[in-house]
Design a protein around this ligand. Structure first.
Ligand code: IMP
Length: 416
C-alpha cells in the first residue's frame, strides 16, 4: 500500500494543510491520528479559503475518504460546525470517525482554562489536555459510547462526578444538548482501524496528516510547553490503528523560518523588527486563536532533532516566498550553552532557556519567487539557502512551496 506521512518538523503551523491537499490529489484516504480542534489547517483552492481544525485536509475533494482516527480528541459541536461550513461552501465530504476517539465535552474546556490560570502553557483552550488526561486516567468518554444514547447516559452516571471539574451543567442537560449532535454524527462512527486495514489490503493510497509539530510532541517536544499528543511519525500507528510498517514515507514539513505560539523557550527567536515584517507579510497569527505568533530564524538544531525522531525521507519547505526582500538570511546551526556549542535540544526547559543561538548568515534574495514552479528558476541565493539546509541536516528538499495556492509549488522529485 502506498502511504505517506505529513509531519510538522517544527512547532506547528508549518503549512501542512497545503501540502496534504497538494499530495492528496491522488489519495484514497486522508487520516488524522492525533490532536483535535487545536489545529488550524488553511487550504486555498479555486479562490476559496478553507480553514480546517478537526477535519482532515482531504475534505475539500469529494472523492477522498477522511478518517478521524482513534488518537484524536473530538469536540462534537466543533465538528458539526465545521461540516456545516463545508456544506455551505458546496462541499460534501466523506468522513469516518473512530469509535475509539475520545470526546471533548464542555467541562474539558473549563478545566483547560482552570489549569492555564496556574500553569500558563499558552494552550488553545480547546480542552485538549484535559480530554487526554481523562483518556490516560481511564475515565474518558469515547465516540462509540457517546453516540449510543443509553451508553452515554450510563457513562455520565458513573464518571461525571470525577470528570466534570467546576461544571454545574447537569447530566440531563448534557444529554439534551447533545441529542441532535449524536443523531447527526452516529452514521459516521465506526472501527476505522478495520476500515483502514481493509483498504490497505486493496492497495489504497493513504496520506497520514499530522497536526501541530514535532517540537510540540508530548514525548519529544519542549516539555511542558507541548500539546498532549504525539504529532511525530511514531504517533501514526497508535493513533490511526495501523501497523507501523504501513507508514512507508515520512515527509517533514518545514517553514522556511520558525514560528511558535504559546509560551516556552524559543532559542532562535529573531529581533522584533524583522519578526514584525514576517508576521505581517505571512499573516503569522494563530488560525485557531488569532494570537500573534513568535517568529525566529530557521533552527537547524531543532530540525535535526525532528529528523532523528521521525527519519524524514524529504523536506517540504513552505512559505519560502516570505523570505524574499531580506538583505541576509540566517540559520541557527548550534546552541551556545555555558560557553560550549552543542548540537542537540536539551530536555530541561531551564537548560534550553539558557541556550543562545549560534547563527550562520547567508546572502538574501530580492526577487519575487511566488510565481516559480521550477527549481532552476530560483535565484542563486535562494537555492544556496535550501542547499545549506540539506547539507546541515542530511535531508533532501523534495518540494518548495512559494505561495498558498496548489499551483505555487516547486516539485523536485515525485513524492507520492
Ligand atoms: P493545546 O494543544 O491546546 O493543549 O496547547 C498546547 C501548546 O501547543 C500551546 O503552546 C499551543 O499554542 C500549541 N499548539 C496547539 N495546537 C497548535 C497548532 O495547531 N499550531 C501551533 N501550535 C499549537
Amino acid at each position: 500500500m502506498p502511504s505517506i506521512a505529513i509531519i510538522g518538523a517544527q512547532w506547528g503551523d508549518e503549512g501542512k494543510g497545503k501540502i496534504t491537499d497538494f499530495l492528496s490529489g491522488s489519495a484514497d484516504f486522508v487520516v488524522r491520528f492525533q490532536g483535535g480542534d487545536n489545529a488550524g489547517h488553511t487550504i486555498h483552492s479555486k479562490g476559496v479559503k478553507y480553514a480546517l481544525h478537526l477535519l482532515p485536509s482531504g475534505v475539500i475533494r469529494d472523492d477522498i475518504m477522511n478518517v478521524l482516527g482513534n488518537g484524536m480528541v473530538i469536540n462534537p459541536e466543533s465538528l458539526i460546525e465545521e461540516l456545516n461550513t463545508l456544506k455551505a461552501l458546496g462541499r460534501h465530504p466523506q468522513i469516518a470517525i473512530s469509535n475509539r476517539a475520545h470526546v471533548i465535552m464542555p467541562y474539558h474546556l473549563m478545566r483547560d482554562q482552570a489549569s492555564e490560570d496556574t500553569q500558563n502553557i499558552g494552550t488553545t483552550l480547546k480542552g485538549i489536555g484535559p480530554a487526554y488526561q481523562d483518556k490516560a486516567a481511564r475515565v474518558g468518554l469515547r465516540m462509540g459510547t457517546f453516540v449510543d444514547k443509553d451508553l452515554f447516559a450510563a457513562y455520565l452516571k458513573t464518571y461525571y462526578p470525577y470528570v466534570k471539574g467546576a461544571s454545574t451543567e447537569t447530566p440531563e442537560a448534557l444529554i439534551r444538548r447533545y441529542a441532535p449532535i449524536i443523531d447527526a454524527l452516529k452514521p459516521f462512527v465506526q472501527d476505522t482501524s478495520v476500515l483502514l486495514s481493509e483498504a490497505i489490503k486493496k492497495d489504497a493510497k493513504v496520506v497520514f496528516e499530522g497536526a501541530q509539530g514535532t517540537m510540540l510532541d508530548i514525548e519529544q517536544g519542549t516539555y511542558p510547553y507541548v500539546t498532549s499528543s504525539s504529532p511525530t511519525a511514531a504517533g501514526i500507528p497508535l493513533g490511526a490503528g495501523v501497523a507501523p510498517k504501513h507508514v512507508q514515507k515520512v515527509l517533514g514539513i518545514v517553514k522556511a523560518y520558525n514560528s511558535r505560539v504559546g509560551e516556552g523557550p524559543f532559542v532562535s527567536e529573531m529581533p522584533e523588527k524583522d519578526a514584525h515584517i514576517i508576521r505581517e507579510k505571512a499573516n503569522e497569527y494563530g488560525t485557531t486563536t488569532g494570537r500573534p505568533r513568535r517568529i525566529g530564524y530557521l533552527d537547524l538544531v531543532a530540525l535535526k532533532h525532528a529528523h532523528r525522531v521521525n527519519h524524514f525521507d524529504a523536506f517540504a519547505i513552505t512559505l519560502f516566498d516570505v523570505l524574499s526582500g531580506f538583505e541576509s538570511l540566517h540559520l541557527v546551526t548550534g546552541y551556545r550553552l555555558n560557553g560550549t556549542v552543542i548540537d542537540y535540544v536539551p530536555a530541561e526547559r531551564e537548560t534550553l532557556q539558557a541556550c543562545e543561538p549560534v547563527i550562520e548568515t547567508l546572502p538574501g534574495f530580492d526577487e519575487d519567487i511566488s510565481g516559480l514552479t521550477d527549481w532552476n528558476a530560483l535565484p542563486d541565493h535562494a537555492r544556496q539557502y535550501l542547499q545549506r539546509i540539506e547539507t546541515l541536516t542530511g535531508v533532501p528538499v523534495g518540494m518548495v512551496s512559494v505561495g498558498p495556492d496548489r499551483r505555487q509549488t516547486i516539485l523536485m522529485t515525485r513524492i507520492f
